[in-house]
Design a protein around this ligand. Structure first.
Ligand code: ADP
Ligand code: YYY
Length: 257
């Protein structure tokens, strides 16, 4: 169903690829990392047949760096997008918001997924990963960059499974930046965003109740899973944006960015 998504932005040859990490990707770093987690029973297969170290891929006799990926998670309205914009201003990251990519695809003329995406978004459900992951992979390739903030993904088990199938071998996963924010604050921020003209069809109370429930039931377990693997950097997202960013900056600098 999602073949159409993979159409335009794939680069035809390795030489043409801005970031070589997207092609030949024999190892599965994320799966390797997840193997160490008590909670990672599903990820026990070692499919790494490469002689390159896990953060690199092998092309012929050379090994090259894989693109680095940081997942950015938190409740609806926690401030993920706001903080990502600030990070991009200071660090060399490319910000890819799964929600933005889905909204773009929904509006793209001729998209076969427009109605499906709208139905999922309005009802606070998570779009099937085949759609979202392909949009992310295409955007990564099209950017030609090698450091990504992937915002709002993976948001449920389907997202995580799809990522592990399609992408984990191709990237050097770093950690999750988790913007931890109370439900009431999240709701007020989303309503405020709606009132100041976000134009989003889901910044209303009815959709928000469903989004919060999806977050609690489907997204929090994913964050806990990464936490169990020691891969979460938690940030209190309730203070003002400046203060939150101060914490983010410290974490990124301490992580070598
Ligand atoms: N720390 C903060 N304090 C107050 N308002 C914030 C803060 N961070 C973001 N906002 C505002 O809250 C709304 C949601 O922020 P946004 O970054 O779009 O959240 P998310 O991407 O997590 O949905 C926006 O209107 C934004 O300006
Ligand atoms: N991985 C994702 C991310 C977003 N979506 C859909 C469903 C979400 O409620 C909407 C909006 O997500 P977005 O990250 O832009 O917004 P919030 O964090 O909820 O404010 O997009 C999805 O289906 N799968």
């Amino acid at each position: 169903m999602w073949r159409a998504l993979a159409r335009t932005t794939w680069r035809a040859a390795a030489n043409d690829c801005g970031s070589p990490g997207f092609r030949f990707a024999p190892s599965t770093l994320t799966q390797q990392q997840l193997r160490h987690s008590k909670a990672s029973k599903r990820y026990t297969t070692n499919t790494n047949t490469s002689t390159a170290p896990p953060h690199k891929i092998r092309i012929g006799i050379m090994s090259v760096e894989k693109p680095k990926v940081v997942f950015v998670l938190g409740g609806p309205g926690a401030g993920k997008g706001t903080q990502c914009s600030r990070i991009v201003d200071r660090f060399q990251f490319t910000h890819l918001s799964a929600g933005d990519l889905l909204r773009e695809e929904r509006s793209r003329e001729g998209s076969e997924f427009g109605n499906l995406i709208e139905d999922y978004i309005r009802n606070g459900k998570i779009v099937p990963v085949e759609v979202t992951c392909s949009l992310l992979e295409n955007a990564m390739k099209a950017s030609g960059k090698s450091r990504f903030l992937i915002d709002g993904f993976p948001r449920n088990q389907d997202n995580l499974d799809g990522w592990n199938r399609q992408m984990s071998e191709k990237v050097d996963f770093q950690f999750v930046l988790f913007f931890d924010c109370g439900e009431d604050v999240c709701v007020q921020r989303c309503l405020g965003r709606g009132q100041s003209g976000s134009g989003r069809t889901d910044d209303n109370l009815d959709s928000l109740k469903k989004r919060i429930s999806t977050y609690n039931n489907d997204s929090l377990p994913i964050i806990k899973f990464f936490e169990g693997a020691g891969q979460v950097k938690r940030i209190d997202a309730s203070p003002d944006a400046e203060q939150v960013y101060g914490e983010v900056e410290k974490i990124l600098v301490a992580s070598g960015f």
